[in-house]
Design a protein around this ligand. Structure first.
Ligand SMILES: NC(=O)c1ccc[n+]([C@@H]2O[C@H](COP(=O)([O-])OP(=O)(O)OC[C@H]3O[C@@H](n4cnc5c(N)ncnc54)[C@H](OP(=O)(O)O)[C@@H]3O)[C@@H](O)[C@H]2O)c1
Length: 391
């Protein structure tokens, strides 16, 4: 491929990726897909973006827009077109019928039902298929889908905001007067970092905390990005004995719907039955999961259950106990750690990971492929503990 045609491919694939991003908050549990059809003269004749509610796939929307002008054209798309009967008929059939001459795709579909078969069907029909442009961006965009569709398990991101010396909050008795919604000890990071957390929530299907955070901070845990989403952010709380206060803000703001039945889901292991009834009466969904050795809800069982509920991505936003459990049990795929250039010197401040979580000879969790972000005076490290595409 000449340098010029690689540039043209990247330009149209970039547009397909931008279209795919319009599905954020809407497409889950399906992948984000955008499509651009270009005719033989190099003009865009059709575009499409997949949103779950719209049902139709991006390539079908683009074909409909292009009509007869699709014949002899090229489809640019971030993900392999599917060749199986799902909620919609195979897109490969539609592309073949429309007379598309060439397909340029960023990557294979990680869905084992599709992987490679879509390209094969197109090639069998005489369509030229080129795979690979902007692959890194495309893989990144659908990493939650890759993890979920192969393992029926959500992509797990551990998020925390801390000082340079790794403290997520001052000592519990440090402050008492604060506005509702401000965490105990006040905010660690500034407004720009916190606005980014809202963007991260928007890209997640669920947020997960331990009851310690509910009691200490009384957070809302909602998506306040102001952007549309198809399913409300599922607020998940681990609470062995159901200690969460009935007057906490998550309880007061619960909304109920069809699937899942409630936007607040509490996992317990040894519940107080009266409290369970009181929470359920307020619309909160309470589920019992088998306890781990520490008698608390076992985190792998919790995440497997979330996978059953078609939750493709979870952001852990808990305190040091939950951070310790999550890192120790190996469920964390990636981290998004915000740092404020501050140092807490007072004794009793809360560490990022609870003391004693790791034994001296335990292997250290290793963050790979990390990216640095800056938000006003703060910065963040985003990186991977595991490749979401690994088998
Ligand atoms: N800066 C930040 O990013 C950030 C974020 C969140 C919280 N915080 C701070 O963290 C502090 C609270 O820390 P925390 O450790 O108490 O909060 P947490 O980790 O959110 O909650 C811990 C509690 O969750 C319950 N739990 C149930 N199942 C669990 C499991 N499998 N693994 C771990 N915990 C489980 C336990 O109570 P039971 O045994 O009763 O079930 C445990 O005591 C507060 O000071 C808060 O301000 C800071």
């Amino acid at each position: 491929m000449s340098g010029n045609s690689a540039n043209i491919n990247d330009q149209f694939l970039g547009q397909a990726l931008d279209l795919a991003r319009q599905g954020i908050g809407l497409a889950s549990p399906n992948p984000y897909v955008g499509a651009v059809i270009v005719d033989a003269r190099g003009s865009i004749v059709g575009t499409g973006c997949y949103t779950y509610v719209g049902v139709k796939h991006a390539e079908v929307l683009a074909l409909e827009q292009a009509g007869g002008r699709a014949r002899g054209g090229t489809l640019y798309i971030n993900l392999e077109p599917h060749s199986h009967q799902g909620r919609t008929p195979p897109c490969t059939d539609a592309l073949i019928a429309a007379g598309i001459k060439r397909v340029v795709a960023s990557m294979w579909d990680p869905n084992p039902k599709v992987s490679g078969q879509g390209f094969e069907k197109l090639r069998d029909a005489g369509i030229q298929v080129d795979v690979g442009g902007l692959e890194t961006e495309a893989r990144r965009l659908n990493e939650h889908f890759a993890r979920y569709i192969r393992h029926a398990f959500p992509l797990v991101t551990l998020k925390a905001a801390m000082t340079l010396n790794g403290k997520i909050a001052p000592a519990p008795e440090t402050e008492l007067n604060r506005a509702p919604g401000t965490p105990a000890g006040g905010w660690i990071t500034g407004e720009a970092a916190r606005a980014n957390v809202q963007q991260q929530r928007r890209q997640s299907d669920a947020v997960l905390v331990g009851v310690g955070t509910i009691i200490a901070d009384d957070p809302l845990l909602t998506d306040r990005s102001g952007l549309p989403r198809r399913r409300p952010l599922l607020r998940v709380i681990l609470d062995s004995r159901l200690r969460m206060p009935l007057e906490s803000r998550v309880v007061k703001t619960v909304t109920t719907g069809d699937s899942p039945r409630s936007d607040v889901l509490v996992f317990c292991s040894a519940p107080d039955e009266n409290k369970k009834r009181e929470l359920e009466a307020r619309g909160i969904h309470v589920e019992h999961v088998p306890p781990a050795a520490d008698e608390r809800p076992e985190i792998c069982a919790v995440l497997r259950r979330l996978g059953e509920l078609e939750i493709t991505s979870v952001m852990i936003e808990g305190g040091s106990e939950l951070n310790a459990t999550a890192l120790n049990s190996g469920v964390v795929d990636k981290v998004f750690l915000y740092y404020a250039p501050k140092i807490i010197t007072a004794s009793g401040s809360i560490p990022f990971i609870a003391h004693g979580a790791f034994r001296p000879n335990d292997p250290l969790p290793q963050v790979k492929r990390f990216t640095l972000h800056s938000f006003g005076d703060d910065f963040a490290v985003e990186g991977y503990l595991r490749d979401p595409y690994e088998e």
